[in-house]
Design a protein around this ligand. Structure first.
Ligand SMILES: Cc1cc2nc3c(=O)[nH]c(=O)nc-3n(C[C@H](O)[C@H](O)[C@H](O)COP(=O)(O)OP(=O)(O)OC[C@H]3O[C@@H](n4cnc5c(N)ncnc54)[C@H](O)[C@@H]3O)c2cc1C
Length: 394
């Protein structure tokens, strides 16, 4: 591929960076993946992957390992309860039309990364750990970008991709300091043993908070809960488990046994939710951003990972299709294609988060009534819309 003859340098080995590296390496492009971690280490607990995310993982060639390691919810059933455990309604997530893919799967985040990493290694992708980009020269008169790493190494590249997440330094390099927006939500997470009978996704809607329960393997499940946290309060890491228990003290039903199971601070994770809404363009010259670096979303639709992988699929396809355009035009077209869908996901996710954060008991009761009538239609509309974006750009 002549226009990628100097290879592609990808900064950031998260979901977006790894998937892009795999897709390009499979097509014979020389890829160097630059990751700032000293060694591969994946934090966090579980992750939901909906059907469109599983379709992306299939394109990356890792679906069988993902299905083997994670927990797919048969029929895509999501049980909505109130915070006491009383039923609100059930909804069912769809599969991508025309596929047999599960509607939703839960998996340990570390497992997802381990599987992507194994694929990278099988393709012998060049990786530079404990490294980042120090400087980049993108002079039109030069055939290749000149990329200098902080370990002193100098690389040439036809394209440089910033896949370095919500606090992207590549974004700052291209567009100046655009800080992520603090959404005022906090997320609490923990992992527990899965009782054999717990095979559905459960979402419990409280007053000003919500708590989800999701199987992530045959042995384990993941508790995922959100609260309104305006002003960014600091929580003592040494008592995070106790704080999580207190925050959801009024929750009963299936949540109770997992909240009671929180006995050690290492079991609980807390994250402030940030958003990035980078206006177009996402690229400058032969450098572009992908994934959270361009469009980090609130996590209420569980779509951030899928959007990051879809970015990589679209970008790899566009770069490897020789249209006769220069790389800079292709990168600009990539951003224009992806931005509407990513913004749609961000908008819906934000609205869902706000509905889950309502703080008066009366409005919550009215919301729960509305959910009985409307929740399935909302789910169907969301996934039909995602599919329509794909059809419009196919
Ligand atoms: C609480 C929470 C729950 C979520 N739940 C879900 C979910 O259930 N399902 C879902 O699909 N999505 C979920 N998401 C979103 C999802 O995690 C992200 O959208 C996804 O990880 C984005 O992938 P990425 O590769 O763009 O960024 P990241 O996964 O953040 O990867 C960025 C990588 O870049 C590296 N890096 C950073 N800076 C540099 C640098 N300067 N130089 C070199 N390397 C660098 C980092 O070490 C990291 O490896 C959730 C997010 C949050 C916050």
């Amino acid at each position: 591929m002549e226009r990628l003859q100097h290879g592609v340098v990808i900064v950031g080995g998260g979901i977006a960076g790894c998937t892009l590296a795999i897709l390009l390496a499979e097509r014979g492009v020389a890829v160097t993946l630059v990751e700032r971690q000293q060694r591969w280490q994946f934090h966090g607990s579980g992750i939901f992957v909906y059907s469109n995310g599983l379709a992306a993982l299939e394109k990356v060639g890792v679906l069988p390992a993902i299905l083997d390691s994670g927990f797919a919810i048969a029929g895509g059933r999501n049980i909505y309860l109130d915070h006491r455990g009383d039923a609100i309604t059930d909804t069912f997530y769809p599969s991508v039309p025309g596929t047999q893919l599960p509607p939703i799967l839960g998996i340990r985040r570390a497992e997802l990364h381990r599987i992507l990493l194994a694929r990278l290694q099988a393709l012998s992708v060049q990786v530079r750990l404990a490294s980042t980009v120090l400087s980049v020269e993108d002079r039109p008169e030069n055939l290749a970008l000149q990329v200098e790493l902080d370990n002193g190494e100098r690389l040439q590249a036809s394209v440089l991709v910033g896949a370095d997440g919500v606090r992207s330094q590549m974004r700052a390099r291209l567009f100046g300091a655009i800080e992520p927006h603090d959404t005022g939500f906090g997320v609490w997470r923990s992992i527990h043993r899965r009782p054999a009978q717990l095979v559905d996704k459960i979402m419990m809607m409280g007053v000003g908070k919500r708590l989800g329960i999701m199987p992530i393997s045959q042995e384990q499940l993941y508790v995922y809960a959100t609260t309104n946290e305006p002003g960014h309060p600091h929580y003592d890491p040494a008592s995070l488990h106790l704080t999580m228990r207190e925050k959801f003290a009024e929750f009963g039903g299936p949540a109770r046994m997992f909240l009671d199971d929180l006995r050690d601070p290492s079991q609980a994770f807390y994250t402030v939710v940030e958003e990035v809404r980078l206006p177009l363009p996402w690229s400058r010259g032969r450098i572009t951003l992908v994934g959270d670096a361009a469009h980090a979303s609130t996590p209420f639709m569980g779509q951030g990972g899928a959007m990051a992988m879809e970015d990589s699929i679209v970008l790899a396809d566009m770069l490897c299709r020789d249209t006769g355009d220069g790389v800079a035009l292709t990168l600009a077209a990539f951003g224009r294609q992806r931005q509407p869908k990513c913004t749609f996901v961000q908008d819906v996710s934000r609205r869902v988060g706000e509905a889950g954060g309502l703080e008066s008991a009366d409005t919550c009761a009215a919301r729960n009534v509305r959910m009985r009538e409307q929740a399935q239609a909302d789910v169907d509309h969301f996934y039909r819309s995602l599919h329509a974006f794909d059809m419009a750009t196919a």
